[in-house]
Design a protein around this ligand. Structure first.
Ligand code: FEO
Length: 169
């Protein structure tokens, strides 16, 4: 495989573990506020991010490359109020979309069609993650200040069910 593509794929393992760490921080924040549905939602999100990390790791191994595990930073955003974590989630997902596009571009430059096909799932996934984050920000803006509505939103988020990634590699 192309060195640059391998380097970026390897870096993405750490970035996805960082995302898991960030969302676990957000989960802890919400549990502390007694917004347990939000807490649960972000715990599930953290699980999904760990899955993403493992997909990048597995993909490298499938292609005969040895993954190199790097340091995962501690969460760089500590939320101070409920809406902030949602806004930071949207920002973070937009950032991750940029990273995926960067790897895609590197693969495209060297005609690495297999990596491009692998990344197609992530391109779609990022679209969904940004849409979900955007929707939560909007809902919170509409209902967040009303305790009854907030309670209902919290209950809605408590119903999120973890699902393993649909991508099989
Ligand atoms: Fe792994 Fe939220 O993107």
């Amino acid at each position: 495989m192309d060195k640059k593509v391998v380097e970026l794929l390897n870096q993405q393992i750490t970035k996805e573990f960082y995302s898991a760490y960030l969302y676990l921080e957000f989960s802890n924040f919400y549990y502390d506020l007694e917004l347990n549905g939000f807490g649960h939602y972000f715990r599930v999100q953290a699980q999904e991010e760990r899955d993403h990390a493992m997909l990048f790791l597995q993909y490298l191994q499938n292609n005969g490359e040895r993954p190199v595990l790097e340091t995962v930073d501690k969460p760089q955003v500590i939320p101070t109020e409920a809406k902030m974590a949602l806004e930071e989630t949207l920002k973070h997902e937009q950032y991750v979309t940029g990273l995926i596009h960067e790897i895609y571009d590197a693969a495209y430059q060297v005609k690495d069609f297999r990596t491009m096909q692998f990344l197609d799932w992530f391109v779609k996934e990022q679209g969904e993650e940004e849409a979900n984050a955007n929707s939560l920000v909007k809902k919170f803006t509409l209902f967040g200040d009303d305790p009854k509505s907030l309670y209902m939103l919290d209950s809605e988020l408590a119903a999120r069910v973890y699902a393993a990634p649909s991508l099989v590699i």
